[in-house]
Design a binder for this molecule. Structure first.
Ligand code: NAI
Length: 482
């Protein structure tokens, strides 16, 4: 039977398969979870709708989930982040491009916004009527589709398009309107099937806590982002690698000696600032939080307001998860040919809509995902990935080894939530958002030590008693910050 799919080109599958094979070697966490759980099949019966960048590393995650018994449908969570050869290899699976036998994927690099939301709908719509019963989300778009869809179905209509709606939200509303015309109960039925969601990133987790606080969360969630082995590794060391990769592939500009501004000194910002400094840039940080500002200062960076340093900056990178951090006014004050990029989850960190409305501004494509915007005075700035996350738009995202940590957390979280759903619902029947227990976080780290030749010291029984912990861990209290 053919596999449902919409990808760029299935003939890319062979190249994708070679890359996946090499990635598996760099993803010891995922491979050992396959070995540990392959026989017991804890995800048998799980129908996972995955919305996460369709990269080579994600391919290894998908094949881990299926090895544990899950059925999976996949879309990317960003219009530019798909690696087309990875998508093709996952669809083809053990088959051939003529007779694909893998996993349904709906993703290609360079989707339109309409196509993006159509793909998200596809992963939640399963053939034969049974819906997805688990979501694996990155940024919360699949979760938002189910929540807003159900809310608007209950209200009997999608709210009319508002002039304050972003282009993306306008497109989203149109897609929900269409699905409601086809089946006015579609999302209500989908929501009823879903046991839970595991969420990958800071921005998506933020949305989940907001829903839970408002009493609107429809199913329980595991916050994968705040596993220590996720946010303190992927967000930091992952971005330390892939920010520079994106800048180089997009512009190949020499970074040494330049002035680089990093907006936001959270986990992502810390990795970005370190990598820019590593290349010899003079790095300036902007922050709103006094603690993070002090950290940046003690790490040796100048901390300033964007307005004070904009005119010196050769490179500006946003990593805040906030919006309108760089406005159209800021952009016009930037140096001629300065580079502007966002590595936070959504494109609204940069006011791209405002930039397009600047009188007389001209946009020239230099190459895909690299655009020069020229102002009336003749000065221009180079904007990467149209303001979307540039490490996936201009490069290939984080490397396999760090993603093995993140995706081991994802896999364990899917197993936890699918097999122990009740433990994530409170006494009053309200779905909760929780992180994974610490022993599982420590387990993920442990799965990655041998590959790096790490020798771990073992506590003696007496030492463990002295510290008040178990010899086998967990080694730190919940409030420890790493
Ligand atoms: P975080 O919460 O640790 O850090 C964000 C920092 O930005 C905070 O310290 C906050 O105080 C600061 N901030 C907020 N508004 C600001 C403003 N207007 N000006 C200056 N600073 C401001 O979050 P984290 O984990 O660093 O993630 C940041 C973003 O990156 C999120 O959207 C997240 O989803 C995304 N992300 C992207 C990845 C990628 O591969 N591109 C990987 C991981 C996360």
């Amino acid at each position: 039977m053919s596999v449902d799919h919409k990808v760029r080109d299935l003939s890319l599958a062979e190249s994708g398969r070679h890359q996946i094979r090499l990635a598996e070697h760099e993803m010891p966490g995922l491979m050992s979870l396959r070995a540990e759980f392959g026989d017991s099949q804890p995800l048998k019966g799980a129908r996972i709708a995955g919305s996460l960048h369709m990269t080579v590393q994600t391919a290894v995650l998908i094949e881990t989930l299926t090895a544990l018994g899950a059925e999976v449908r996949w879309a990317s969570c960003n219009i530019y982040s798909t690696q087309d050869e990875a998508a093709a290899a996952i669809v083809v699976g053990q088959g051939t491009p003529e007779d694909p036998q893998g996993v349904p994927v709906f993703a290609w690099k360079g989707e339109t916004l309409e196509e993006y939301w159509d793909c998200t709908e596809q992963i939640l719509t399963w053939p034969g009527g049974a819906g997805a019963n688990m979501i694996l989300d990155d940024g919360g778009d699949a979760t938002m589709l189910v929540h807003k869809g159900k809310e608007w179905e209950a209200a009997g209509q999608v709210p009319p398009t508002d002039e304050d709606d972003s282009e993306e939200f306008g497109v989203f509303k149109a897609v929900v309107r269409r699905t409601m015309d086809q089946d006015p109960q579609k999302w209500t039925k989908v929501a009823a099937e879903i046991k839970g969601v595991t969420e990958e990133t800071t921005t998506g987790v933020h949305r989940l806590y907001q829903l839970a606080e408002a009493g609107e969360l429809l199913f329980p969630a595991i916050n994968v982002n705040d596993s220590v082995t996720k946010s303190k590794f992927d967000n930091k060391y992952g971005c330390r690698h892939s920010l520079i990769d994106g800048l180089n592939r997009a512009t190949d500009v020499l970074i040494g000696g330049k002035v680089a501004v990093v907006a936001g000194y959270g986990d992502v910002g810390k990795g970005c600032a370190e990598s820019l400094r590593g290349q010899g840039a003079r790095v300036i940080v902007t922050e709103i939080d006094p603690i993070c500002a002090l950290q940046a200062a003690m790490d040796g960076y100048q901390v300033a307001k964007l307005e004070s340093v904009l005119e010196q900056a050769d490179i500006v990178v946003t990593s805040t998860g906030c919006f309108n951090v760089v406005t159209a006014d800021h952009m016009q004050q930037m140096k001629n040919k300065a580079i502007l990029a966002n590595i936070g989850h959504f494109d609204n960190e940069l006011d791209m809509a405002g930039l397009a409305k600047v009188p007389g501004v001209q946009k020239q494509e230099i190459k895909p995902q690299v655009h020069e915007w020229t102002f009336e005075d003749g000065d221009s700035i180079i904007v990467l990935s149209e303001g979307r996350l540039m490490n996936l738009g201009n490069a290939t995202g984080h490397p396999s080894f760090v993603m093995s940590n993140s995706f081991s957390n994802q896999t364990i979280a899917q197993v936890e939530l699918f097999t122990k759903t009740d433990e994530y619902i409170d006494e009053d029947g309200k779905p909760e958002v929780k992180t994974l227990p610490k022993h599982l976080d420590e387990k993920v780290a442990e799965l990655h030590l041998e590959a790096l030749g790490v020798e771990l010291t073992e506590l003696t029984k007496e030492q463990a008693e002295y510290l008040g912990v178990d010899v086998a861990g967990p080694y730190k209290p919940e409030h420890y910050r790493y």
